[in-house]
Design a protein around this ligand. Structure first.
Ligand code: SAH
Length: 429
């Protein structure tokens, strides 16, 4: 195996089990004979200190994060390594009580949080949607899929691989395969058996159910055409909290995507529920899910509109129209405003502007659920942006709950960067 030798004293963070090696920490890279080499993206490497002391094993990458660490224990890295990691992830989800007759949508693997950097797996009923964020994971996707079936047997029968837009960097091998018409995305396993070709996957695809259950509510999950792995499982518990507060209220679910929050509100007898998303596709997903859970229920309406236009009362049919009552429960769950630190300031201004609108418009006694899923925006940053927005409105605001990502999106204690979702529930007088 290739050896990555760190600079003097650069082993400190690895000794504290942080799972990344930055390129600036590397002194040299050697092959088995001690000759300098340039590893390929995705290669397995041993990381050692300048004195030659073993530190960890990981996958090499070109870029600022040069190695993502999988283990700090050399003996653990045997043929069953991935099987064991997947088993452990699965056991945790069972412990969490997420696999039940009324719930079969959950995150099975959350990257570094589950000791598998670069890998995301979400489960929707009998289908696991696997997403690679590094070429290294891409290269081992088939073995991972087979291990997954071994681990989850009867519970997972299909594995769909969806990484076309997430690999970060496409190696020459991947680019060549794509140029030859081979899609990165596709089924790896259907009904427990490996899929031999894309054509076979297509032929069998219609036999797979796309309906998953979350706390007793049904959702069509379109992993082929939808965003991310098809559904946002990370809001499950926060949606359940909306259910607690929605009875008798007029609810606005802004940035609704497939409508998640809306159905919890409807189940708890909300007076009216409006779902808004700028994407027409999201609105059609939402409408399909209304039909699945509350067919013909006239309390619900969905609007394909921009958030600011809608909040400014520019959308016909909204409760912001002249003479209408307005909303007394508003959910704001926007996409990540900042994908990296350089744009943090702008992102914070964005959160402030958006929340200021909600504070300005929400009815007295209203409840605001407001979220940020930007990893670079800290809890404190977000709270500060929402605080500024509240101050701008001059209204009396109480924090009722501070929300975060659920337990199936665990944070590796040595990798605080894994924390990304935060939310506040506010009572607005
Ligand atoms: N709340 C959703 C997830 C939201 S993801 C859930 O529970 O599943 C963010 C959504 O915001 C995406 O569906 C995206 O289409 C939508 N969006 C992005 N920009 C928008 C804008 N300017 N106005 C309204 N919706 C927007």
């Amino acid at each position: 195996m290739t050896t990555v030798v760190l600079k003097y004293k650069k082993e400190e963070s690895l000794k504290r089990f942080h799972p990344w090696v930055f390129s600036g920490a590397i002194e040299r890279i050697e092959d088995a004979f001690g000759d300098a080499i340039q590893p390929e993206e995705g290669d397995w490497v041993r990381v050692v200190s300048q004195k030659g002391e073993f530190l960890a094993i990981g996958q090499y990458q070109i870029g600022s994060i040069a190695v993502r660490i999988f283990t700090f224990n050399e003996a653990e890295f045997n043929d069953d390594f991935f099987l064991h990691r997947l088993q452990s992830a699965y056991e945790v989800r069972k412990t969490l009580g997420l696999i039940r007759p009324d719930n079969n949508a959950f995150r099975l693997v959350h990257g570094e949080g589950d000791g598998l950097p670069g890998l995301i797996i979400d489960v929707y009923d009998k289908t696991a949607v696997m997403q690679a964020h590094t070429p290294g994971i891409h290269y081992i996707r088939e073995a991972l899929a087979e291990d997954l079936i071994r681990v989850a047997g009867a519970d997972i029968r299909n594995v769909y691989y969806k990484s076309e837009t997430t690999l970060g960097y496409k190696t020459e091998a991947i680019q060549t395969a794509e140029a030859e018409g081979e899609s990165v995305n596709g089924y790896l396993i259907i009904d427990g058996k490996p899929v031999a070709s894309a054509a076979e996957g297509k032929a069998l695809e219609s036999s797979i159910s796309d309906v998953a259950l979350e706390n007793g509510l049904k959702f069509h999950v379109d992993w082929l055409k939808g965003q991310k792995t098809g559904f946002f499982v990370d809001q499950r518990e926060n949606r359940a909290l909306v259910e607690k507060y929605s009875a008798g209220r007029s609810v606005l679910n802004m940035f609704c995507y497939t409508g998640g929050f809306s159905f919890y509100a409807m189940r708890s007898n909300a007076k009216l529920v409006h779902s808004v998303d700028v994407s027409k596709q999201a609105i059609s997903f939402t409408n399909a899910n209304v039909e699945l859970n509350f067919p013909g229920d006239t309390r619900h309406a969905a609007f394909a509109a921009d958030a600011f236009d809608f909040l400014d009362g520019k959308t016909p049919g909204s409760e912001f129209e002249q003479g209408k009552e307005g909303y007394d429960l508003i959910i704001l769950d926007p996409p990540a405003f900042a994908k990296h630190r350089k744009v943090l300031k702008n992102a914070l201004r964005g959160y402030q502007r958006l929340n200021a609108k909600a504070f300005e418009k929400i009815r007295p006694g209203g409840i605001l659920f407001t979220f940020s899923c930007s990893q670079v925006v800290t809890k404190e940053d977000f709270r500060c942006a929402v605080f500024s927005a509240a101050a701008q409105s001059g209204r009396r605001v109480r924090i009722l709950h501070q929300l975060h990502q659920p337990a199936d999106h665990p944070i590796n204690i040595y990798h605080p960067e894994g924390e990304y979702l935060k939310g506040l529930v506010l009572y607005v007088e």
